[in-house]
Design a protein around this ligand. Structure first.
Ligand SMILES: [Zn+2]
Ligand SMILES: [Zn+2]
Length: 375
């Protein structure tokens, strides 16, 4: 039977001229959405955040099958269950959607590394749901799912393994942020770097993930913390939170002054190989360098191979903050409730879905941290 929904659809990955507000690479389309199959959920989307990974599909840095209904950071209410006897989820539950469904059955999942689930990565790469196929169609043709979510829409059908149940009282524009920015940024600090109290941390980039990493570093009692970003507005937010905040031009100098031995931990969220190289170079002997940004696949990373051994440095790639959403989202929400993870500092604006192309411009120009869309 299904239903008709409104969703933001991208027809072309890359080569989309700017400004996006006038060229409108995303079009609001009426799509038909299938009923959820067994193990799936129909979600009414309440709020969805615009993430750099969405922009990376529009500008071609992250090639994806087209057409695609994009958006992957969201919260909503369950309106229907594909398995009516679901023991965990019920109609009316509020959920946060995570952008990698872990199958629960592969070796990686069985080893507690669901963020490395090959089945989830394969279905995401193919633009399908974990259970196979598309639930979205336009004039009879499939429309691809973005990371199993496709959140810039009035409704979504997702695999139940993409959803984490949360309490209903959390404002939706806050709850959505836990699905990507917080999961990735805080996870990079707490899960991937395992920052200990009193360790020094340098964070490159103060977008949603970078700012969330700062919140994670503060919650982990890291000190000192140096953040690097070209935007004066974003640096002001970081400074208010208690970090040293510097422009990239003066970063190396200020980091040397603030942390003479070099930082214990570097978190790179910019997604540029040159930034990762700089962070790697500045980290102390024995330091950990965590990269969580997504560079264009063509970029190469150049370090002296001997430095890994001679300087004992550890380079760590962090996908989704090495997070287990069902474990970590409730943990981060507890920290937020206790005032230890002020996630609202990430929130730039709340807008209707119709403004999404203009919001892409603001993100591309570094004028926004997290912009929330309400369908
Ligand atoms: Zn994201
Ligand atoms: Zn798996």
């Amino acid at each position: 039977m299904g239903r008709t929904i409104t969703a933001a659809v991208l027809d072309k990955c890359g080569n989309n001229p700017r400004p996006y507000a006038t060229h409108t690479p995303l079009r609001l389309a009426e799509l038909s959405l299938d009923d959820p199959r067994p193990g799936e959920l129909l979600i009414r989307i309440d709020a969805a955040g615009l993430c750099h990974s969405d922009l990376s599909v529009v500008n071609g840095d992250r090639p994806r099958p087209m057409p695609m209904a994009i958006g992957h950071e969201a919260t909503g209410i369950i309106e229907a269950l594909g398995s009516p006897d679901d023991a965990h989820f019920a109609i009316g539950d509020r959920v946060v959607l995570a952008f990698l469904p872990a199958c629960g059955e592969c070796v990686r999942c069985q080893s507690g590394e669901g963020y490395m689930c090959a089945n989830g990565a394969a279905s995401n790469g193919a633009g399908r749901l974990l259970g196979g196929g598309c639930r979205l169609h336009e004039h009879g043709d499939d429309v691809n799912h973005h990371l199993g979510v496709s959140a810039f829409a009035t409704h979504a059908v997702v695999d139940r393994r993409s959803a984490v149940k949360i309490d209903r009282d959390i404002p939706s524009e806050i709850a959505a942020l836990f699905g990507c920015a917080v999961l990735t940024g805080v996870g990079a600090v707490m899960n991937s770097a395992k920052v200990r109290p009193g360790e020094s941390v340098v964070i490159y980039g103060l977008g949603g993930v970078g700012l969330a990493a700062l919140l994670g570093a503060l919650a982990s009692a890291a000190v000192p913390i140096v953040t690097v970003d070209p935007s004066a507005e974003k640096r002001a937010i970081a400074a208010t939170l208690g970090a040293v905040a510097v422009d990239p031009v003066e970063a190396a100098e200020v980091i040397k002054q603030t942390i003479p031995d070099g930082p214990d931990v570097v978190i790179e969220t910019v997604g540029k190989a040159v930034v990762l190289q700089e962070g790697y170079r500045l980290a102390r002997r024995g330091g950990r360098i965590v990269t969580v940004g997504l560079p264009n696949p063509a970029e190469r990373f150049d370090i002296a191979a001997v430095s890994l051994v001679a300087e004992g440095k550890t380079l760590i790639g962090s996908y989704m903050g090495s997070s287990i959403p069902a474990r970590d989202i409730p943990r981060y929400i507890s920290l937020w409730r206790a005032g230890r993870l002020p996630v609202e500092t990430l929130l730039t604006s709340v807008s209707p879905l119709s403004e999404i192309n203009g919001l892409l411009d603001a993100l591309a120009e570094g004028r926004a941290v997290r912009q929330i869309v309400r369908p």
